[in-house]
Write a protein of this length. Structure first.
Ligand code: ACO
Length: 393
């Protein structure tokens, strides 16, 4: 099992000293926890790295969330609709999961289309032009292209100057991982406007004859714009990220084995057949137990790294997998239910999209207000999980 507990502000105040930038990062092991230690150097030393062709970058500052957006497919599929194709009922699904509806891609709709729509809305809210985006991170396990879909999104948004765009694959933890990665690019790499998009279309990998899984998932996209800012405005306080590949067996969508076809003395398995993935395979009970165990621990560690107490959390915003998981985590963290964001009744589990989708709805409805502190946590296949303590705007 790999642990990565990374500490940023406000526990490292020297991070924000003017004229100081971070050029190298050392990871040292202490009590089985990896702590990230940032080594600072004065700006003059940056010259060796800069070239005249590169834009000048502001290095070593804070970062804040300045915009959000989301998009969902047109087709709504209710529990009653599902009861017509598998042996289930609205009552069973809503009591066990809290889910009532989900949205599913149909016709010519694509995951990238949703991602572009969500990103455009985030840029609009932030009042930032697509040309000013210098990094696009697409958190998705279901790209429209095996080689990654982020560059297509960058092109569709019309970001001139060919800013870097790439995919991050970490299932339902993807968005938290993307958010933390974006903060690192801003603080350590001098990037200024980073789009973090969580988008997934798990409906393509669901076995629609399996009532144990098809009731859970839906398709969606959500996005935030993370922007470099002064240290006083910093909005990513602390985080905690993990993975445990031993737990892979509990939740996976592996590539199908290459079927043997050797006859007449031909080499078995060559030439290979075209690759394809199996349906989602899940041990629901194990995933449920895993989430209820690791998420509260991870939120606690992220809080500790942020130097904040539980009482400073205004909102708990977890990956929207199951209402019973949300309730169990909130109970363990002693956070009252009226401070827990939940919209899974309408969308089901939308994987990497679920956190930014719920954030966007809560911000636009006025529930989450500027300056409020949010504890967010993602968990899922890999197994992966991670938490971040952030401030909205
Ligand atoms: N309708 C009716 N009955 C059902 C259904 C259904 N849709 N699904 C299962 N059942 C039956 C089972 O066959 C079983 O029947 P039996 O007792 O006769 O054998 C019974 O209901 C109980 O089944 P369980 O699987 O034990 O039900 P459980 O209470 O564990 O709920 C669920 C299942 C909802 C999947 C739950 O385990 C869960 O939510 N787990 C977490 C899953 C999750 O969040 N996964 C996503 C992770 S994110 C990512 O990375 C993709």
């Amino acid at each position: 099992m790999a642990n990565a507990s990374w500490v940023f502000s406000p526990t490292l105040p020297q991070f924000y000293k003017p004229m100081i930038s971070f050029k190298s990062i050392a990871i040292v092991r202490s009590n089985s926890i990896f702590k990230r230690v940032c080594c600072s150097t004065v700006h003059g030393a940056d010259k060796a790295l800069s070239s005249e062709s590169k834009p000048s970058r502001v290095v070593g500052k804070g970062c804040k969330l300045v915009g959000c957006g989301s998009a969902v497919p047109k087709l709504e599929v209710s529990n009653d609709d599902l009861s017509k194709i598998v042996d289930t009922t609205d009552e069973w699904i809503s009591v066990r999961t809290g889910i009532r509806n989900r949205r599913v891609l149909t016709g010519k709709e694509k995951m990238t289309g949703l991602a572009v729509e969500a990103a455009r809305k985030a840029l609009e809210m932030a009042e930032v032009d697509a040309d000013d985006v210098d990094l696009v991170l697409l958190c998705s396990s279901t790209p429209d292209d095996l080689f990654g879909s982020a560059p297509q999104i960058q092109a569709a948004l019309g970001c001139k100057g060919n800013p870097l765009a790439f995919d991050i694959t970490a299932a339902c933890s993807g968005f938290v991982l993307g958010l933390v990665s974006a903060s690192c690019y801003i603080r350590g790499g001098g990037f200024k406007n980073v789009l973090v998009i969580g988008a997934d279309a798990l409906s393509r990998y669901v076995d629609w004859t399996d009532r144990g899984t098809c009731i859970l998932f839906g398709d969606a996209a959500g996005a935030v714009l993370l922007q470099a800012c002064d240290s006083e405005e910093d909005g990513v306080f602390g985080f905690d990220l993990h993975s445990d590949g031993e737990g892979y067996r509990h939740l996976h969508t592996g590539i199908k084995e290459n079927e043997e076809f050797g006859t007449n003395g031909s080499v078995v398995g060559f030439p290979p057949k075209g690759g394809s993935y199996s349906y989602i395979q899940m041990n629901g009970k194990e995933v449920f137990r895993f989430a209820c165990r690791v998420v509260p621990q991870s939120v606690e560690v992220a809080l500790e790294n942020a130097g904040l107490a539980r009482s400073s959390i205004d909102w708990l915003l977890l990956h929207q997998a199951n209402q019973r998981i949300l309730d169990a985590v909130a109970t363990r963290l002693e956070i009252p239910s009226d401070r827990v964001i939940s919209n899974l009744a309408n969308y089901g589990n939308t994987s990497a999209a679920s956190i930014p989708l719920a954030l966007d709805e809560a911000v636009r409805s006025g529930k989450i207000k500027p300056g409020q502190t949010i504890a967010t946590s993602g968990f899922g296949a890999g197994l992966t999980w991670g938490s971040a303590i952030i401030r909205w705007n």
